[in-house]
Design a protein around this ligand. Structure first.
Ligand code: FES
Length: 98
């Protein structure tokens, strides 16, 4: 399992490798991650990966394209509607203000 913390909400939970973060936040709205398209096109769900980027699966092309539009570095910012946990550890995500 991995410990995941969502900022600025301060919500923390444990998830298993392979879990999609959007499923976690759908189940726990108290994580307070905003979504719109839910399919890597709007950028509403951008999160800064404060800790544990190495535990998150690599981005696909459609995610990279959206991050590029916003001028975000995929080594520090990801789309919460696209990311999936790869391995155990600790992940801290902070919602990027629009
Ligand atoms: S909700 Fe639109 S890119 Fe994630």
């Amino acid at each position: 399992m991995a410990k995941v913390r969502f900022e600025p909400a301060g919500y923390e939970t444990e998830i298993a490798p392979g879990t999609r973060f959007i499923d976690v936040t759908d189940e726990h709205p108290e994580a307070e991650v905003p979504y719109s398209c839910r399919s890597a096109s709007c950028g509403t769900c951008r999160v800064a990966v404060v800790e544990g980027m190495e535990l998150i699966a690599e981005p696909e092309d459609d995610e990279l394209e959206v991050l590029e539009v916003f001028g975000d570095d995929p080594k520090s910012i990801r789309l919460c509607c696209q990311i999936r946990l790869r391995s155990e550890g600790r992940v801290v995500l902070r919602v990027v203000e629009p």
